[in-house]
Ligand binder design. Structure first.
Ligand code: TXA
Ligand code: MG
Length: 349
Protein backbone atom coordinates (compact mmCIF):
# COMPACT_ATOMS: atom_id res chain seq x y z
CA UNK A 1 0.00 0.00 0.00
CA UNK A 2 1.26 3.49 -0.74
CA UNK A 3 1.38 5.72 2.34
CA UNK A 4 0.67 9.43 2.03
CA UNK A 5 2.85 11.68 4.20
CA UNK A 6 1.71 15.13 5.36
CA UNK A 7 3.57 17.46 7.67
CA UNK A 8 1.33 19.77 9.67
CA UNK A 9 2.94 22.99 10.86
CA UNK A 10 -0.16 24.94 11.72
CA UNK A 11 -3.62 23.49 12.28
CA UNK A 12 -5.40 26.43 10.64
CA UNK A 13 -3.09 26.87 7.65
CA UNK A 14 -2.79 23.15 7.03
CA UNK A 15 -6.44 22.31 7.60
CA UNK A 16 -6.77 20.98 4.04
CA UNK A 17 -4.12 18.32 4.76
CA UNK A 18 -5.92 17.25 7.93
CA UNK A 19 -9.18 17.13 5.94
CA UNK A 20 -7.54 14.76 3.43
CA UNK A 21 -6.45 12.51 6.31
CA UNK A 22 -10.00 12.64 7.71
CA UNK A 23 -11.27 11.40 4.33
CA UNK A 24 -9.15 8.26 4.77
CA UNK A 25 -10.75 7.70 8.20
CA UNK A 26 -14.25 8.27 6.80
CA UNK A 27 -13.55 5.73 4.05
CA UNK A 28 -12.46 3.05 6.50
CA UNK A 29 -8.70 3.68 6.17
CA UNK A 30 -5.87 4.10 8.67
CA UNK A 31 -4.12 7.34 9.64
CA UNK A 32 -1.13 7.87 11.95
CA UNK A 33 -1.37 11.17 13.85
CA UNK A 34 0.50 13.02 16.60
CA UNK A 35 -0.80 13.23 20.15
CA UNK A 36 0.78 14.81 23.22
CA UNK A 37 1.58 11.36 24.66
CA UNK A 38 2.84 9.30 21.72
CA UNK A 39 1.81 9.06 18.05
CA UNK A 40 -1.36 7.04 17.43
CA UNK A 41 -2.43 4.70 14.62
CA UNK A 42 -6.07 5.55 14.04
CA UNK A 43 -9.17 4.26 12.30
CA UNK A 44 -12.92 4.84 12.66
CA UNK A 45 -13.66 3.15 16.02
CA UNK A 46 -17.27 2.47 14.97
CA UNK A 47 -16.26 0.60 11.79
CA UNK A 48 -15.18 -2.97 12.61
CA UNK A 49 -13.49 -3.54 9.23
CA UNK A 50 -11.46 -0.35 9.62
CA UNK A 51 -10.42 -1.27 13.17
CA UNK A 52 -9.24 -4.69 12.00
CA UNK A 53 -6.73 -2.86 9.77
CA UNK A 54 -5.10 -1.35 12.87
CA UNK A 55 -4.47 -4.78 14.38
CA UNK A 56 -3.07 -6.01 11.07
CA UNK A 57 -0.73 -3.03 10.50
CA UNK A 58 0.73 -3.28 14.02
CA UNK A 59 0.74 -7.05 14.29
CA UNK A 60 -1.24 -6.53 17.51
CA UNK A 61 -2.84 -9.45 19.38
CA UNK A 62 -6.65 -9.41 18.91
CA UNK A 63 -7.27 -9.65 22.66
CA UNK A 64 -5.77 -6.23 23.34
CA UNK A 65 -8.50 -3.54 23.40
CA UNK A 66 -8.07 -0.09 21.84
CA UNK A 67 -8.58 3.36 23.30
CA UNK A 68 -11.08 5.57 21.50
CA UNK A 69 -10.27 9.26 21.01
CA UNK A 70 -12.84 12.06 21.08
CA UNK A 71 -12.69 15.75 20.18
CA UNK A 72 -15.20 16.90 22.79
CA UNK A 73 -16.22 15.97 26.32
CA UNK A 74 -19.57 14.68 25.07
CA UNK A 75 -18.99 10.93 25.39
CA UNK A 76 -22.61 10.03 26.07
CA UNK A 77 -23.05 8.38 22.62
CA UNK A 78 -20.40 5.78 23.48
CA UNK A 79 -20.86 4.85 27.13
CA UNK A 80 -23.70 3.48 29.29
CA UNK A 81 -23.18 5.75 32.29
CA UNK A 82 -20.77 8.40 33.50
CA UNK A 83 -20.14 8.08 37.25
CA UNK A 84 -19.56 11.30 39.20
CA UNK A 85 -15.86 10.53 39.65
CA UNK A 86 -15.41 10.15 35.86
CA UNK A 87 -17.06 13.54 35.36
CA UNK A 88 -14.69 15.12 37.85
CA UNK A 89 -11.64 13.58 36.13
CA UNK A 90 -12.86 14.62 32.68
CA UNK A 91 -13.46 18.20 33.81
CA UNK A 92 -10.06 18.45 35.42
CA UNK A 93 -7.79 16.60 32.99
CA UNK A 94 -9.40 16.71 29.52
CA UNK A 95 -8.09 17.46 27.02
CA UNK A 96 -4.97 15.65 28.19
CA UNK A 97 -3.09 12.41 28.83
CA UNK A 98 -5.85 10.61 30.77
CA UNK A 99 -7.87 7.61 29.55
CA UNK A 100 -11.03 6.66 31.42
CA UNK A 101 -12.53 3.17 31.26
CA UNK A 102 -16.32 3.07 31.28
CA UNK A 103 -19.07 0.59 30.34
CA UNK A 104 -19.53 0.76 26.59
CA UNK A 105 -22.65 1.04 24.44
CA UNK A 106 -23.27 -1.44 21.60
CA UNK A 107 -22.33 1.20 19.01
CA UNK A 108 -18.68 0.30 19.82
CA UNK A 109 -17.92 -2.90 17.88
CA UNK A 110 -16.43 -5.86 19.75
CA UNK A 111 -13.22 -5.75 17.75
CA UNK A 112 -12.51 -2.26 19.14
CA UNK A 113 -13.00 -3.33 22.77
CA UNK A 114 -11.55 -6.82 22.22
CA UNK A 115 -14.86 -8.31 23.41
CA UNK A 116 -14.80 -6.47 26.76
CA UNK A 117 -18.00 -4.69 27.85
CA UNK A 118 -15.96 -1.61 28.71
CA UNK A 119 -14.06 0.94 26.63
CA UNK A 120 -11.14 3.29 27.25
CA UNK A 121 -11.80 6.90 26.14
CA UNK A 122 -9.59 9.92 25.96
CA UNK A 123 -9.67 13.46 24.58
CA UNK A 124 -6.14 14.33 23.42
CA UNK A 125 -4.67 17.75 24.02
CA UNK A 126 -2.89 17.82 20.66
CA UNK A 127 -4.73 20.16 18.28
CA UNK A 128 -3.92 18.15 15.15
CA UNK A 129 -5.39 15.05 16.77
CA UNK A 130 -8.54 16.86 17.83
CA UNK A 131 -9.00 18.47 14.41
CA UNK A 132 -8.59 15.08 12.71
CA UNK A 133 -11.25 13.53 14.98
CA UNK A 134 -13.61 16.46 14.47
CA UNK A 135 -13.28 16.42 10.68
CA UNK A 136 -13.67 12.62 10.60
CA UNK A 137 -17.00 13.06 12.34
CA UNK A 138 -16.55 9.95 14.47
CA UNK A 139 -14.47 8.65 17.36
CA UNK A 140 -11.03 7.34 16.42
CA UNK A 141 -9.62 4.13 17.86
CA UNK A 142 -5.85 4.47 18.19
CA UNK A 143 -3.13 2.43 19.80
CA UNK A 144 0.42 3.73 19.77
CA UNK A 145 1.77 3.86 16.20
CA UNK A 146 4.53 1.27 16.59
CA UNK A 147 4.91 -2.31 15.46
CA UNK A 148 3.58 -4.33 18.40
CA UNK A 149 6.21 -4.80 21.12
CA UNK A 150 8.52 -1.97 20.03
CA UNK A 151 8.96 1.31 21.93
CA UNK A 152 6.11 3.74 21.15
CA UNK A 153 6.98 6.46 18.61
CA UNK A 154 7.19 10.05 19.76
CA UNK A 155 8.00 11.62 16.40
CA UNK A 156 7.06 11.42 12.73
CA UNK A 157 10.25 9.67 11.55
CA UNK A 158 9.79 6.76 13.98
CA UNK A 159 6.25 6.23 12.68
CA UNK A 160 7.56 6.15 9.12
CA UNK A 161 10.20 3.62 10.24
CA UNK A 162 7.54 1.25 11.60
CA UNK A 163 4.48 1.82 9.41
CA UNK A 164 5.45 3.11 5.95
CA UNK A 165 3.53 0.99 3.43
CA UNK A 166 1.21 -0.41 6.11
CA UNK A 167 -1.16 2.55 6.61
CA UNK A 168 -2.96 5.01 4.32
CA UNK A 169 -1.55 8.22 5.73
CA UNK A 170 0.98 9.52 8.27
CA UNK A 171 0.47 13.03 9.67
CA UNK A 172 3.59 14.60 11.12
CA UNK A 173 3.56 17.19 13.88
CA UNK A 174 5.87 18.10 16.74
CA UNK A 175 7.66 15.61 18.94
CA UNK A 176 5.18 14.30 21.54
CA UNK A 177 5.41 16.42 24.65
CA UNK A 178 4.64 13.91 27.39
CA UNK A 179 6.47 11.01 25.78
CA UNK A 180 4.77 8.16 27.66
CA UNK A 181 1.24 6.94 27.02
CA UNK A 182 -1.82 8.23 28.85
CA UNK A 183 -2.65 7.28 32.41
CA UNK A 184 -5.51 4.75 32.38
CA UNK A 185 -8.11 4.90 35.17
CA UNK A 186 -10.78 2.20 35.39
CA UNK A 187 -13.95 3.97 36.51
CA UNK A 188 -16.14 0.85 36.25
CA UNK A 189 -15.00 -0.15 39.74
CA UNK A 190 -15.17 1.52 43.17
CA UNK A 191 -12.71 2.85 44.11
CA UNK A 192 -11.38 3.67 40.63
CA UNK A 193 -8.07 2.03 39.87
CA UNK A 194 -5.06 3.11 37.80
CA UNK A 195 -4.29 0.36 35.28
CA UNK A 196 -1.42 2.16 33.57
CA UNK A 197 0.64 5.02 35.03
CA UNK A 198 1.25 7.93 32.64
CA UNK A 199 1.43 11.69 32.24
CA UNK A 200 -1.24 12.37 34.88
CA UNK A 201 0.35 11.17 38.11
CA UNK A 202 -1.31 9.30 40.98
CA UNK A 203 -0.73 12.35 43.16
CA UNK A 204 -2.64 14.55 40.68
CA UNK A 205 -5.51 12.04 40.51
CA UNK A 206 -5.74 11.78 44.30
CA UNK A 207 -6.22 15.53 44.54
CA UNK A 208 -9.48 15.08 42.65
CA UNK A 209 -10.54 11.76 44.19
CA UNK A 210 -8.54 10.54 47.17
CA UNK A 211 -9.87 6.96 46.96
CA UNK A 212 -8.15 6.26 43.59
CA UNK A 213 -5.52 3.56 43.93
CA UNK A 214 -2.88 2.18 41.62
CA UNK A 215 -2.96 -1.46 40.60
CA UNK A 216 0.33 -2.42 42.31
CA UNK A 217 0.55 -5.57 40.20
CA UNK A 218 1.57 -3.43 37.22
CA UNK A 219 4.86 -2.51 38.90
CA UNK A 220 5.82 -6.10 39.56
CA UNK A 221 6.94 -8.92 37.33
CA UNK A 222 3.70 -10.65 36.23
CA UNK A 223 3.08 -13.92 38.01
CA UNK A 224 2.45 -17.04 35.92
CA UNK A 225 -1.23 -17.44 35.05
CA UNK A 226 -2.31 -14.07 36.51
CA UNK A 227 -4.22 -12.05 33.93
CA UNK A 228 -3.42 -8.31 34.00
CA UNK A 229 -6.50 -6.04 34.19
CA UNK A 230 -5.33 -4.03 31.17
CA UNK A 231 -4.62 -6.77 28.64
CA UNK A 232 -1.90 -4.69 27.01
CA UNK A 233 0.19 -4.45 30.19
CA UNK A 234 1.61 -7.85 29.54
CA UNK A 235 5.13 -9.07 30.03
CA UNK A 236 7.31 -8.00 27.08
CA UNK A 237 6.66 -4.50 25.75
CA UNK A 238 8.47 -1.35 24.64
CA UNK A 239 11.39 -3.61 23.85
CA UNK A 240 14.42 -2.53 21.86
CA UNK A 241 16.53 -5.27 20.22
CA UNK A 242 19.18 -5.04 22.92
CA UNK A 243 18.90 -6.59 26.36
CA UNK A 244 17.96 -3.93 28.94
CA UNK A 245 19.06 -3.99 32.61
CA UNK A 246 18.05 -1.34 35.16
CA UNK A 247 20.44 -0.42 37.95
CA UNK A 248 18.69 1.26 40.83
CA UNK A 249 19.70 2.69 44.19
CA UNK A 250 21.78 5.45 45.69
CA UNK A 251 23.34 7.62 42.98
CA UNK A 252 27.04 6.99 43.63
CA UNK A 253 26.59 3.23 43.97
CA UNK A 254 24.46 3.07 40.82
CA UNK A 255 27.10 4.87 38.80
CA UNK A 256 29.87 2.60 40.15
CA UNK A 257 27.88 -0.55 39.34
CA UNK A 258 27.10 0.66 35.81
CA UNK A 259 30.76 1.55 35.18
CA UNK A 260 31.79 -1.92 36.31
CA UNK A 261 29.19 -3.62 34.09
CA UNK A 262 30.08 -1.43 31.09
CA UNK A 263 33.75 -2.28 31.44
CA UNK A 264 33.10 -6.01 31.83
CA UNK A 265 30.82 -6.16 28.77
CA UNK A 266 33.04 -4.03 26.54
CA UNK A 267 35.95 -6.38 27.37
CA UNK A 268 33.75 -9.19 26.09
CA UNK A 269 33.28 -7.33 22.81
CA UNK A 270 29.74 -6.11 23.48
CA UNK A 271 28.29 -2.77 22.37
CA UNK A 272 26.93 -1.08 25.50
CA UNK A 273 24.61 1.96 25.77
CA UNK A 274 23.92 3.80 29.03
CA UNK A 275 20.64 5.63 29.59
CA UNK A 276 21.58 8.48 31.89
CA UNK A 277 20.84 12.09 32.86
CA UNK A 278 22.69 15.40 32.34
CA UNK A 279 24.00 15.38 35.89
CA UNK A 280 25.65 11.95 35.56
CA UNK A 281 26.98 11.91 32.01
CA UNK A 282 30.52 13.06 32.88
CA UNK A 283 30.88 10.04 35.16
CA UNK A 284 30.99 7.56 32.28
CA UNK A 285 34.14 7.27 30.23
CA UNK A 286 33.29 4.02 28.44
CA UNK A 287 30.18 2.98 26.50
CA UNK A 288 27.72 5.19 24.58
CA UNK A 289 25.84 7.62 26.82
CA UNK A 290 22.32 8.65 25.88
CA UNK A 291 21.22 11.64 27.94
CA UNK A 292 17.47 11.63 28.47
CA UNK A 293 17.07 14.81 30.50
CA UNK A 294 17.66 16.13 33.99
CA UNK A 295 17.17 14.14 37.18
CA UNK A 296 15.56 17.26 38.65
CA UNK A 297 12.88 17.33 35.95
CA UNK A 298 11.34 13.91 35.33
CA UNK A 299 9.15 15.30 32.53
CA UNK A 300 12.27 15.75 30.38
CA UNK A 301 13.14 12.08 30.96
CA UNK A 302 9.63 10.80 30.19
CA UNK A 303 9.65 12.86 27.00
CA UNK A 304 12.81 11.26 25.61
CA UNK A 305 12.60 7.74 27.06
CA UNK A 306 11.15 5.86 24.06
CA UNK A 307 13.32 7.79 21.63
CA UNK A 308 16.39 6.88 23.73
CA UNK A 309 15.48 3.17 23.54
CA UNK A 310 15.11 3.42 19.77
CA UNK A 311 18.46 5.23 19.50
CA UNK A 312 20.11 2.25 21.19
CA UNK A 313 18.75 0.11 18.35
CA UNK A 314 20.16 2.57 15.80
CA UNK A 315 23.54 2.20 17.52
CA UNK A 316 23.18 -1.61 17.35
CA UNK A 317 23.64 -1.97 21.09
CA UNK A 318 23.85 -5.48 22.58
CA UNK A 319 23.23 -4.24 26.10
CA UNK A 320 21.45 -1.19 27.53
CA UNK A 321 22.15 -0.20 31.13
CA UNK A 322 19.54 2.21 32.47
CA UNK A 323 19.71 4.21 35.68
CA UNK A 324 16.61 3.68 37.85
CA UNK A 325 14.25 6.38 39.19
CA UNK A 326 12.30 6.78 42.42
CA UNK A 327 8.77 5.43 42.04
CA UNK A 328 6.90 8.63 42.80
CA UNK A 329 5.26 11.25 40.60
CA UNK A 330 6.18 10.74 36.94
CA UNK A 331 8.86 8.29 38.16
CA UNK A 332 6.12 5.63 38.43
CA UNK A 333 5.33 5.85 34.70
CA UNK A 334 9.02 6.00 33.74
CA UNK A 335 9.91 2.95 35.84
CA UNK A 336 6.86 1.07 34.54
CA UNK A 337 8.04 1.51 30.92
CA UNK A 338 11.68 0.79 31.79
CA UNK A 339 10.69 -2.35 33.71
CA UNK A 340 8.76 -3.64 30.71
CA UNK A 341 11.58 -2.86 28.31
CA UNK A 342 13.91 -4.72 30.69
CA UNK A 343 11.56 -7.66 31.24
CA UNK A 344 11.86 -6.67 34.94
CA UNK A 345 15.62 -7.28 35.00
CA UNK A 346 16.56 -4.84 37.75
CA UNK A 347 19.62 -4.76 39.98
CA UNK A 348 19.24 -2.96 43.31
CA UNK A 349 22.57 -1.66 44.57
O1 TXA B 1 -1.54 7.81 25.20
C1 TXA B 1 -2.20 6.88 24.74
O2 TXA B 1 -3.11 6.32 25.40
C2 TXA B 1 -1.87 6.41 23.33
C3 TXA B 1 -2.24 7.52 22.35
C4 TXA B 1 -2.12 7.12 20.92
O3 TXA B 1 -3.52 8.00 22.65
N1 TXA B 1 -2.54 5.18 23.02
C5 TXA B 1 -2.16 4.00 23.56
O4 TXA B 1 -2.86 2.90 23.14
O5 TXA B 1 -1.28 3.89 24.36
P1 TXA B 1 -2.33 1.40 23.29
O6 TXA B 1 -3.27 0.59 22.49
O7 TXA B 1 -0.91 1.33 22.93
O8 TXA B 1 -2.59 1.07 24.79
C6 TXA B 1 -3.90 0.88 25.26
C7 TXA B 1 -3.88 0.21 26.61
C8 TXA B 1 -3.58 -1.27 26.53
O9 TXA B 1 -2.75 -1.62 27.61
C9 TXA B 1 -4.98 -1.89 26.70
O10 TXA B 1 -4.92 -3.19 27.18
C10 TXA B 1 -5.64 -0.92 27.65
O11 TXA B 1 -5.19 0.32 27.20
N2 TXA B 1 -7.10 -0.93 27.54
C11 TXA B 1 -7.86 -0.46 26.52
N3 TXA B 1 -9.16 -0.65 26.75
C12 TXA B 1 -9.26 -1.24 27.95
C13 TXA B 1 -10.36 -1.71 28.75
N4 TXA B 1 -11.61 -1.61 28.33
N5 TXA B 1 -10.06 -2.29 29.93
C14 TXA B 1 -8.77 -2.40 30.36
N6 TXA B 1 -7.71 -1.97 29.64
C15 TXA B 1 -7.95 -1.42 28.46
MG1 MG C 1 1.11 0.69 22.78
Amino acid sequence: METKFSIIKDVKEDEEKIREAAEFIKNGGTVVFPTETVYGLGADALNATAVEKIFKAKGRPQDNPLIIHVSSKDIEPYVMEIPEVANKLINKFWPGPLTIILKKKDIIPNVTSADLNSIGIRMPDNEIARKLIELSNTTIAAPSANISGRPSPTDFQRCVEDLDGKVDCILGGMQSDVGVESTIVDCTVIPPIVLRPGGITLEMLKEIESSIEIDRAIMEKPKEGLKPKAPGMKYKHYAPNAKVTIISGERKKTIEKIKEMVHYNIEKGKKVCILTVEENVMEYTEGDCIVMGSMFNLATIAKSLFEALRKCDDLKADLILAEGYKEEGLGIAIMNRLNKAAGFDIIDV
